[in-house]
Design a binder for this molecule. Structure first.
Ligand code: SAM
Ligand code: SF4
Length: 360
């Protein structure tokens, strides 16, 4: 008999598990791992223009990644995913850090794809190494890919990500299409003064290339802890800028737990996948229907992106705990899922670890 579903104390049924497979990354995005001199100089000038005291010192320039032994093995990840799927999780998204840096990722995908009950097996990537692994991932059973692409201008792409790689990511999107990953989503984090002048170009890119392009508000999850509300371009502003240029119409939500408000272009054919999405966790939080839970690469469970505590699943996995005990443990952790985040409220505390460690 199937066990009862995973429900938290606010009545939310969890269906979506994000699995980070590494904390490493080959990019240094200004909103995630702002560890380049260029990123530091952007923040310094923004703080100066806003008349704020200098950004916090000590942005780490040389990171220490987790040693390999601290990361969950493929066997451990598979076991955890099986347990969660037994408890009602239906969507698995592989993420990181940059998931394509994890050696042999297609082998993990193949193992996960064989677990009965998973309805959606997806990955979020910066796309830089996608061409090397795309076919193997597809053949292993990966269904969907989301790419991060914050700029279509190679120089600005470098400013945003700390790396030259715009053409590689554009190629990756084409490769994904050729391999029939569907739908292909593209995520763009918008930062005032850095890439907000590209909103229209990015929306037009979605229209021309038949893609779902989701504009994401910058959240306080950067490793430098230099996030300020003034860096955020609110979702409603992104939308009104797009509306000034394009005729768009709301798309019906496909899933009540959807984080994006989606808009179609009525002048594209009905079968077109072109759309834009607005993900506005800062100005229009969607915590009330959040159905997500996260597993970090080093085996910690996080019940919210903004959790200040993590739950040590790895410790249990490595101490011969049986499945029944692990299930009870997972249920008790889920019951304590936070009702909402507190960004913008007095006393809000940014989690110590950045998005790259948490797994976006
Ligand atoms: N490296 C992969 C990538 O960039 O797609 C996967 C991991 S990344 C942490 C997952 C997603 O989180 C990306 O789409 C990225 O844009 C988003 N992200 C990272 N830091 C963010 C922040 N501070 N605010 C909003 N989104 C963020
Ligand atoms: Fe790396 Fe993704 Fe973070 Fe950019 S957003 S630094 S690509 S983990």
């Amino acid at each position: 008999m199937a066990p009862p579903p995973l429900v938290d104390s606010h009545g939310r049924h969890l269906r979506d598990l994000r699995v980070s497979v590494t904390d490493r990354c080959n990019f240094r995005c200004v909103y995630c791992l702002p560890e380049t001199e260029e990123a530091a100089s952007f923040y310094r000038s923004r703080f100066r223009d806003l008349g704020r005291p200098s950004p916090p010192p000590g942005t780490p320039i040389l990171r220490e990644w987790k040693p390999r032994a601290e990361l969950l093995s493929f066997e451990e990840i598979e076991r955890v995913v099986r347990l969660f799927v037994r408890l009602g999780i239906r969507k698995i998204r592989l993420t990181g850090g940059e998931p394509l840096l994890r050696t042999d990722l297609p082998t993990l995908v193949q193992r996960l794809a064989m677990i009965p009950g998973i309805e959606d097996l997806a990955m979020t990537t910066n796309g830089f190494l996608f061409h090397r692994h795309a076919r193997a991932l597809r053949e292993a059973g990966l269904q969907r890919v989301s790419f991060s692409l914050d700029s279509l201008d190679p120089a600005n792409f470098r400013r945003m990500t700390g790396r030259d790689g715009c053409s590689e990511v554009l190629d990756a999107i084409r490769i994904a299409r050729d391999l029939q990953f569907h739908p292909i989503k593209v995520n763009a984090v918008v930062i005032r003064g850095l890439n907000d002048h590209e909103i229209i170009d990015l929306a037009d890119f979605a229209r021309r290339e038949n893609l779902s392009l989701r504009f994401i508000e910058f959240m306080p999850l950067d490793s430098g802890h230099t996030w300020l509300r003034d860096h955020v371009v609110p979702g409603h502003e992104i939308l009104s800028r797009i509306r000034e240029r394009f005729d768009i119409a709301p798309a019906a939500p496909a899933d009540p737990a959807e984080t994006a408000r989606r808009w179609r272009f009525p002048d594209t054919p009905p079968e077109s996948a072109a759309e834009i999405g607005i993900i506005a966790p800062v100005t229009e939080p969607f915590c009330g229907h959040c159905n997500r839970i996260r597993l970090t690469a080093d085996g910690q469970v996080r019940t919210c992106l903004f959790s200040l505590i993590e739950h040590n699943l790895k410790g249990l996995l490595r101490s011969d705990t049986d499945d029944a005990t692990l299930e009870d443990w997972i249920r008790s952790i889920v019951r304590g899922k936070e009702d909402r985040h507190h960004i913008g409220e007095p006393g809000f505390e940014q989690p110590e670890r950045s998005m790259s460690c948490i797994g976006g």
